[in-house]
Write a protein that binds this ligand. Structure first.
Ligand SMILES: C[S@@+](CC[C@H](N)C(=O)[O-])C[C@H]1O[C@@H](n2cnc3c(N)ncnc32)[C@H](O)[C@@H]1O
Length: 377
């Protein structure tokens, strides 16, 4: 078979046909707009790399159909479970403390309207603006939706600003969104090179690079141990402190390489490592997670949200938190248990709720999600 015939048999033509089928269109080949040309053989910039970033709905559906999360979007995790435990109803006032792409918020709105209100919080200005537009174009605008660029640690202040006596629902889906992970300029992932920023809130003073330049070996080692259970925390911290004297650690690539070296992976072996198989964890993943948690003081903010939540709920109100690592889940579990024994909560989730294998298959990023809820007296 000629090269051209093979291409026609399994290449773009087929993809075009599938896309059209998904969209319920004719069997004509997909004729999207051509993507802007990039110089060189490999797309380097985030905007050049993914076709779905053009906002083409058919292409986005096509990527979803292949079990992947389209770049620039986010799939809400444990959506069905969150709704069945928090039971948003007509007229409820709901606080989505981590608005992100607005996936959970949109579902809350569908269930609380008419008559309800959604108060959405996020620290990320860029994504907040985009989500505001998305909610508006889905028909959710006006006084029923108020969005705040605010840390959820200040939920009580947002509540006062809105003139509310409490919420019927408080929800948080912790961590970073897929948009933040996929965008190399945010510097939260080892997958693409970018500045080692890691701030979800650009108003924060210190980036990941700043912390790596200034923290002591003991502080780095403790962060790696406590925030991501990194078994090689001491080795990595030692190597970072040694290497930063020769050159500042300013990019995600530099940090990823440094961790691989500290863990004893040879550069030639890297391409064949186990972490590249489905479900494998990249050796630098835990270091990136720990540094991101430190930069954004994620555990401190969560502890404050858990402290104020009972005072921000109306009687019978529900709070639900999705967390993505054991340190966060421990905080949530203990706060809810303590609240129940103090008489603040009438009921709490009996067990942690996790994603089904079916959800993990369709959204691999949901794999470590853990959900817990509590109901106020
Ligand atoms: C996992 S995403 C939420 C996704 C959202 N549930 C959805 O379905 O699209 C987490 C979001 O919370 C924001 N965030 C993280 N920590 C925050 C905090 N302490 N206060 C407010 N927003 C925060 C991040 O900027 C990010 O946009």
């Amino acid at each position: 078979m000629s090269f051209a015939a093979r291409l026609n048999g399994a290449g773009w033509w087929t993809i075009g046909r599938d896309v059209n089928r998904i969209a319920g269109m004719s069997e004509q080949p997909y004729k999207g707009k051509r993507r802007k040309r990039y110089p060189g053989t490999h797309p380097r910039r985030f905007e050049e790399r993914y076709k779905e970033l053009r906002g083409d709905a058919v292409m986005i559906e096509h990527v979803r159909g292949r079990g992947r999360t389209p770049a620039g979007t986010h799939v809400p995790v444990l959506l069905r479970e969150v709704m069945s435990c928090l039971r948003p109803g007509l007229g409820d006032v709901a606080a989505d403390c981590t608005l992100g792409y607005g996936g959970h918020a949109m579902e809350f709105l569908r269930r609380i309207m008419p008559g309800g209100r959604l108060i959405g919080l996020d620290v990320d200005e860029k994504e907040l603006e985009r989500t505001a537009k998305r909610l508006e174009s889905a028909g959710f605008a006006g006084p029923a939706v108020s969005l705040h660029r605010s840390n959820f640690a200040g939920l009580d202040k947002v509540m006062a600003k809105e003139g509310l006596d409490g919420f019927d629902i408080i929800f948080a889906d912790l961590g970073v969104s897929s948009m933040q992970v996929d965008d190399p300029s945010r510097g939260v992932s080892y997958k693409a090179d970018g500045p080692l920023d890691m701030r979800m809130d650009q108003r924060l003073g210190k980036t990941g690079a700043d912390l790596l330049a200034t923290l002591s070996m003991t502080q780095l080692s403790a962060a790696l141990r406590d925030f991501s259970d990194e078994p090689d925390h001491h080795k990595i911290a030692q190597w970072i402190v040694q290497q930063r004297q020769a050159q500042p650690i300013a990019t995600t690539d530099q940090l990823a390489r440094l961790v691989l070296n500290a863990k004893g992976f040879s550069p030639r072996a890297r391409g064949r490592q186990l972490w590249q198989k489905p479900g494998g964890l990249h050796p630098a993943a835990r270091t990136f997670q720990a540094l991101r948690i430190l930069v954004n003081d994620e555990l401190g903010c969560l502890a404050q949200l858990l402290r104020i939540a009972p005072y921000c709920l109306r009687p019978g109100g529900r709070v639900g938190i999705i967390s993505f690592h054991s340190g966060e889940d421990r905080l949530v579990k203990h706060a809810f248990k303590q609240g129940q024994s103090d008489g603040q909560y009438a009921d709490i989730s009996f067990q942690v709720i996790q994603t089904t294998s079916q959800e993990v298959r369709s959204n691999p990023r949901s794999a470590s999600a853990k959900f817990r809820w509590a109901r106020k007296q």
